[in-house]
Write a protein that binds this ligand. Sequence first.
Ligand SMILES: *Cc1c(COP(=O)(O)O)cnc(C)c1O
Length: 385
Amino acid sequence: MMTAPAVATGYGCRLTIDLGALRRNWTALNQVSKGALTGACVKADGYGLGAVPVSRAFYQAGARFFFVATPDEGITIRHALPEDAHIFVLDGLFPGAAPLYVGERLMPALCSIPMLEEWLQACIASNEAFPAALHFDTGINRLGFRLNEASIVKRMVDSIGYKPQMIMSHLACADTPKHEKNRTQLALFTSVLAQFPGIPASLANSAALMTGRENHFQMVRPGIALYGGRAVAGRRNPMTRVVTLEAPILQIKEVKTGETVGYSAGHTVSRDSRIAVVAIGYADGFFRSQSSSNNRPGGKVAIAGHYAPVVGRVSMDMIGVDITDLPVQPLPGDMVEIIGPHISLDDVADVSNTIGYEVLTSLKGRYSRTYIDGDSTSQGFVPNE
Ligand SMILES: *Cc1c(COP(=O)(O)O)cnc(C)c1O
């Protein structure tokens, strides 16, 4: 399922994914959620990093419960993981898809009466209780049974003695722990659970896991934190970096005072400058919102540990960066850090006006991808409480 290019010469951008860091992040979160099972969200091709290698890393670390969005994603990892991996499909059950889910041992997060009806019919037809989760909407107004459907749902499952695998809900504002909606949703979720005694429950994404034990219940389902992204707004991100992204310098340009750089000529240099043209652009997930103009600074890259600002518009395939002030001048072919030890995923997200999730899931296309198993030497995990 990875979008690797048909031809990979190794020239061009380099994306390095640290499987050891993924395992350490899972283990760290599993420590924080002690007492609950720790799943792993691997939807959207493992947050853009490759569902198969990423899921295998989490499995190795001890994860047995995986969350994907679609049945296709579920099948991909079903065939890549050992038998005892359990896979929930968060999109629920697509009409007519019950035989497929049953055949591939995928568990839908059922979220509507028609979905539940189809699933229970499939169970009755085979005289077997195929496992599934029941997803209740406690206020996000996305997927989930409405709360006033709880008694119908309860009657339907009881009528054939069906025991759901899990009751789940999802918080709208977990990244902002002080938001009062968290408490409202938690209370509503607890009231739903009271109607399904003895059924395991799951509420927490990464942020909810990291901000309160009361959110853990029997299973937590982190995503972004596993991949090294910031889950909780306004807090130090304690996770280990997973992704390193580098791009090569193609050409170095001497640009005279008063000349402009890039499309629409929006950035005029105010001194004689050296501009490195780097082979990464918006087609590679380097967002146009990192463009600079004379009115507005843009993003930055790092070269041998020193920062160099983006100059002018981000193009499809390249950016310009100002290397005038670098103590050691780089050469064409040298690699520039886009995400790495000096520029975090969160930094890139902030300067691009987006979130780490979108940065990660946009890292597709023209990278040569390398999976490494970095050794654990850095960054002890300090849980947020
Ligand atoms: C994506 C998702 C998660 C994981 O969320 P993170 O913020 O990435 O930890 C958990 N639960 C549901 C329902 C999701 O859609």
